[in-house]
Design a binder for this molecule. Structure first.
Ligand code: NAD
Length: 546
């Protein structure tokens, strides 16, 4: 079965159709014949709209909402009641709607989630269901689930522990799977694991929807995750499990435990890594320098930074470097200073990048000591790429590569304008949150956005199309290269290292084909290899139309 002919509920009629799952609800676009056949006469007013008109009306209403939260609530209501129209609009107005469905507005929505809560949108698996998770999964009405995004709410974006309010994240990410890669909504399942929250303000809020208790940790937590993964494998044997916004002490551990035995990945670590590696390779296309000549300095040694470092090491090894040499090319500064071998306070995931070097406590000293060609910020600390730091990079490099990835915009290590101004337009810049183009000395420079949405939907589609049993680093490497292959000379000539988001479905199809190719080459695919893999991938893509 393909995504396109994914199961739909038996055609609903009358009021149940208008109030039902939303996928078949065309509202005022029902024709007179359909209104007669489906028992809708009188239940709808006289006007008949085309889908294009409905998209325009949706956008007008969206734009008329005065707050971002109101815009979010409106879109989520449309997703629930008229989902075909919602996905059409999301695809057609991606650049405008994405920042509301996902970052940055989704962060605000998560903070307010208990107060704007609407039921029926995903599964909450609380630790009180321990021993019965299979029964809870059985309550979900769809049997053929292909993508699960699951969070435990501990590290929601840069906002900290939001507990069960984190549900906005799986909902948003899955909307992007559908819009960006055409994975049918019926294949998608958002899940929040509720093990409590450390955030006292939530626990004492009467409206808080989750367990009002401190987080469960240790063996009881691990047992819950284990039961969850095994129950998913049984009930939804073709499902990909994407771990999302777990705290970093759990994220790295769970990734290591499950990546080689289940169909799973962590987007904060691996998706971020692939989009940033793509950005780096694309920047190197502009500088003309080889990857293996780069020295990369990271500010922030968490899920994003270490994930990126690991994938850059894999990419360098693919180009013939030894692992040890490749690791020597990646350096980290964390909240204490340079990550070096003599430090005794390093978390496990940092140790593989702790090199022999004198300790320095600040970023500028690290830049001066290591003379990096690229500076990557994933620290969550705004304005840490100061003027002296960026100017030092510009003194050492004709085209310094500067990625300020921290989200939201207010947390960015520096702005696009600062990076370009302080380097006299020579920086190759990308950020986590979007920045508008900058005009400098009469030239318009378009900053790139290292948006994970370039990567994870395509990876998910490639897994779905090939029914790959695991998600490997080789797949993320292939995804990064496929993304770079979509960047054009027109993009580069404007200083932009990513393709426009308007091309996202084409990008996702290319990534999915490359990922599926790796799955077949490595013997991980369960779906018989089709003669034309690209055509097979594209045939899976749901195109929301009446
Ligand atoms: P994390 O909590 O796992 O890691 C944060 C790291 O920053 C830790 O190593 C911490 O020690 C370090 N840090 C804190 N204060 C610091 C300081 N003053 N100087 C240097 N280092 C400091 O978080 P994460 O998941 O790695 O995310 C980090 C940032 O990256 C967030 O702002 C997030 O929004 C951003 N991010 C961007 C993308 C993207 O652009 N596509 C993707 C994922 C994460």
């Amino acid at each position: 079965m393909t995504t396109k002919d994914a199961p739909h509920a038996e055609p609903e009629k009358g009021l149940r159709l208008l109030r039902g799952s939303g996928i078949n609800n065309k509202s005022l676009a029902f024709s007179p014949e359909e209104r007669r056949e489906l028992g809708l006469r009188g239940l709808l007013p006289a006007r008949i709209n085309t889908m294009d008109e409905q998209v325009q009306i949706l956008m007008n209403t969206f734009r008329s909402k005065s707050t971002l939260l109101d815009k979010y609530i409106y879109l989520m209501d449309m997703q629930q009641r008229r989902s075909t129209l919602f996905y059409r609009a999301l695809i057609d107005y991606m650049s405008e709607l994405l920042p509301v469905v996902y970052t940055p507005t989704v962060g605000l929505a998560c903070q307010e989630y208990s107060h704007i809560y609407v039921g029926g949108r995903g599964l909450f698996i609380s630790e009180e269901y321990k021993g019965e998770i299979a029964d809870v999964l059985a309550n979900w009405p769809e049997d053929d689930i292909r993508v699960i995004v699951v969070t435990d709410g501990e590290r929601i974006l840069g906002l900290g522990d939001l507990g069960a309010n984190g549900m906005g994240i799986p909902l948003g990410k899955l909307a992007l799977y559908t819009a960006c890669a055409g994975i049918h909504p019926s294949y998608c399942l958002p899940i929040t694991l509720d093990v409590g929250t450390e955030t006292e303000a939530l626990r004492s809020d009467m409206a808080y929807i989750g367990l009002a208790k401190p987080r469960t940790r240790g063996p009881a937590y691990d047992d819950l995750i284990e039961e969850f993964v095994r129950a998913v494998e049984k009930r939804f044997p073709k499902a990909l499990i994407q771990f999302e916004d777990f705290g970093n002490q759990n994220a790295f551990r769970l990734l290591e435990r499950y990546r080689h035995q289940s169909r799973t990945f962590n987007d904060d670590i691996q998706g971020t890594a692939a989009v940033t590696l793509a950005g780096l390779l694309s920047a190197l296309h502009m500088t003309g320098k080889p990857l293996t000549d780069q020295t990369i300095l990271f500010l922030g040694a968490g899920e994003a930074g270490i994930g990126i470092g690991d994938l850059i090491v894999s990419a360098m090894m693919e180009q013939g470097m030894s692992e040890a040499d490749a690791r020597q090319r990646c350096w980290f500064v964390d909240s204490k200073g340079l990550v070096v071998a003599s430090r005794t306070d390093l978390a496990e995931h940092k140790k593989r990048f702790a090199h022999d070097h004198a300790f320095v406590s600040d970023l500028l000293s690290a830049v001066e000591a290591l003379r990096p060609t690229a500076l990557i910020g994933a620290s969550g600390m705004p304005q840490t790429f100061t003027e002296p730091v960026v100017k030092a990079m510009a003194q050492m490099n004709a085209q310094p590569i500067i990625f300020a990835l921290s989200n939201p915009t207010s947390k960015s290590e520096c702005t696009a304008e600062q990076a370009y101004t302080w380097t006299n337009g020579r920086a190759i810049f990308a950020s986590g949150s979007p920045f508008p183009p900058v005009t400098l000395n009469g030239r318009v420079i378009v900053p790139g956005q290292a948006n994970n949405s370039y990567i994870f939907p395509g990876v998910g589609l490639g897994i779905l199309a090939s029914e790959a049993r695991h998600v490997t680093d080789a797949m993320f490497l292939a995804a990064a290269k496929a993304l770079v292959a979509q960047v054009t000379d027109a993009d580069w000539s404007q200083g932009c290292i990513f393709p426009p988001l308007t091309q996202i479905r084409q990008v996702s199809a290319a990534i999915a084909t490359s990922v599926a190719e790796v799955a077949y080459a490595s013997g991980l695919a369960d779906f018989p290899r089709p003669a034309d893999l690209r055509a097979h991938v594209i045939a899976q893509m749901y195109d929301p139309r009446y």
